[in-house]
Every structure is written in structure tokens, then in C-alpha cells.
Design a protein around this ligand. Sequence first.
Ligand code: PLP
Length: 448
Amino acid sequence: MEEIMRNDHVFHRDLLKQYPIITHGKGPYLYSEDGRRFLDACSGAVAANLGHGIKEIAEAMAEQAGKAAFVHTLRFETPVLYELSEKIAKLAPDPLKKVYFTSGGSEANESAIKLARQYHKDAGKPEKHVVIGRWQSYHGNTFGSLSAGGDIKRRQVYTPNLLDFKHIHSPNCLRCPFQREKKDCDKTQNWSCTASLEQLILEIGPQNVSAFITEPITGSQLGSVVPPESYFQEIRRICDRYDVLLIADEVMTGFGRTGKNFAIEHFSIIPDIITFGKGVSAGYAPLAGMIVHERIMDGLMQNSKGKFVHGYTYSGHPVSVAAGLAVLQIYEREKILENVRDAGKYLFDKLIDLKTRIPFIYDVRGMGLLLGIEFSADKAGTPFEPSLQLSERINEKAMELGAVFYPGNGTINGQMGDHLIVSPPLNCKKDELDELVQILENSMLLAI
Ligand code: PLP
């Protein structure tokens, strides 16, 4: 193989780090030019949901690139655009049937926020403009999506000049931001995490609030925290009460990651907009978007002559869309949802077992193959010193041993909490999961 020379023209996220150079991938493994193999235990960033090197997807992309690599959706459509939109609409809950494409999840959330604004304006309520998001949630890195999210570290550099979006706390029963006990909430059916949404809407004035954006399962910030059972039903009721659109950010959870096509299905409610990304093309091409409720589309038709004042050059890019189509065909053919449920349970049980051996594992949680492990210094859950960066260290050790995880440290009641997301490809096999857990255990023992 030709020798690969590094140069210093790549503008990395961290200019002081040197990363392994990946030459190819096969299944759940990535291979670097220096002969190392990495088990992709987090599917990149919960994106490479079918693993690597699938020829069928590459060929579908090449075929489309050979026919028409790019057309602008302002002027043209393509057969693959129709095919993929129809497939996604069939997977989405009724009546969310219109599909809008973007390149990435941040753009998808920007689009949803803008559509919500236009919807209310067209309906004669131009003052309904405030977006409410959640602390400890992530919706992307563009100014709008960053403002909607609550990633303290990413927001810090741009504060105070982010957009004036408002926030409530994400639910986290293990470390309740309202210092309540789950059993008390259950008993009284009085949830501070939902009541705080209503309170904030009333403070801002319902006439000013346009949308509430939320991840169904809190991913990168908290490490796969599942909300209490009735959370979303109450959130839906509050949004309906005040004519606030509910945007479910399924960029990380969509297309089977949690064992259902969309994670919001676990909670039996219908959002107004679902945004998606990552899993739709399993990382083979930049592709994301939103699926929109018919009442918003009806509003757009009646009040705006069907015009959404928005769009990107690469919306509905034919090669990305062809990748998405090939990926969804594989999900269906390989009965991926069944595998997620089986493999997810297998992995979850193994991680619970690991918790009995590793004293600094505080919690194991999640759904399907979106699992999270949280660490603490003692059994009472005292977080480690942030400077220890335990999850980063565990991941560094794992990379030395041949696997990569998704470390994170979001803010928990003002303190940093360390977690790892474990999210292997959705078609992973049990022997690969055994290897994953073995490397994880060894890395944890070496890291502390
Ligand atoms: N929303 C969620 C829930 C995400 O996890 C992410 C990315 O991690 C995004 C939005 C942003 O997506 P992208 O990085 O494709 O812009």
C-alpha cells in the first residue's frame, strides 16, 4: 500500500491531537493505515448504523452519481427522491407524511424551527416566535440549533450572543434537577419536569411561544436517559393547550436505533415534526431532514400558497438520497428492528453484569442499541472530578485495545457527569458484542 503522509492542512476539532488514519472498514470494524483494527462500538457518532464497507450502498450511490449526481430541488426532482420520501412517510406515525431533506441534523432542526415560525405567522399569530428547548439536550451546532440545545460547553464560547431561546430541564430521575424522588412523582402524578414547561410557557406568554423541541431519549448530553413513562403524554397535552408545536429531534434515535422506527413511538404520542439524520443513510452520505404533520402542511397550503421560505443547495441531494434508499431497503430486508431488540437486550444484560464487577459504574440505561453507562466516585453517585475526564480516559484505553466508544460529560445539577454511550451498529452480532464488553471492561480497569 502506498505510504500515507500526514500534513498540517486539516483543521481538526482539536489541533493538538493526531487521530488514526482510517483506510477502510468492514462490518463493525475500522482499519487504520498502521495496521490497527477498531470495533466501532458507537457507530461513529451513532450514525454508521449498518457498519462499514457495504458494497450494495456504495453501488447505489455510484449508480445515481453516474445518472445525475446533482439537481437543484428548486427546479427538479428525481425518482429516488420520490422513492425515499414514500418509504420514510410509511415508517413515520400518521399523519406525519411530508418529508423534507437536508444534509445534517443541525440543518434539519433549523428547518423545523423555521417551519414552526412560519406556520404560526401564516396563521395570523406572528408574535408566536419563542422556541423552548431543554438544558442537557443537544440539537446541533449551527446558531439556531445550538441556541435550542443546552450543551453548556458548546454554548459557552458564543454566550451571550446566542439566539434568545428558552430552556427547561431534561428529565433525569436518577439525578432529578428538581431534587425530587421518582416514587413521589409517580404517587402524586405531579412531574416537575413537565410542570416546568407549562410554567415557562405562562411566564413567556403562550401567545409568544412557537415550539418545544426535545430529544425523545436524551442522547449525547446525558448518555441515553429515558424519560419517565408519562412524560411525553403530559408534554403533548401542554403543547396542545397552548398551541405550541412539538418537535421530536430523532436525529440520533430515528430509523430503528431504539428498537422502533422512531423512539417517540415508545411513548404513544404524535409530535408535530420529527427531525431525523444519522441512521437514515447509516453514515454513508450526509442526509437528514424532517417529517411534517399534515396540519402544518395544510396551513402552509392555505396561508402561504404552499411555499416554505427556506432551502439548502444540497436538500434532497440525489446521491445522498440514493444512499438512504439503499439503507432503508437493507433495514427492512434484514429485519433490523428485531435485531436491535434482541442484541439490545443481550448487550444491556451484559452491561448490567459488568456493573456488578466495576464499582464506579453508577448506572446502565437506555433503549435498544442506544445504551448509556454513567460513572460515579461512590455508590451515592458523587460525580468524579471533572478534570479526571474518566469517560475520555476509558475511551482512550479502549482505542489502544481496539474499540471506540462515545464519551460525554454533560452538566448534572451544575456538576459534570461522566458517561459513555454504547451504540454499536444495528446489525451487530452476539460475538461482536462479547468482544465489545470485554474491551470495555479491560479499558475501565486500565483507566482508573
Ligand atoms: N440532534 C441530535 C439529537 C444529535 O444527536 C445531533 C448530532 O449528534 C444533532 C441533532 C446534530 O446533527 P448533525 O451533527 O448531523 O448536524
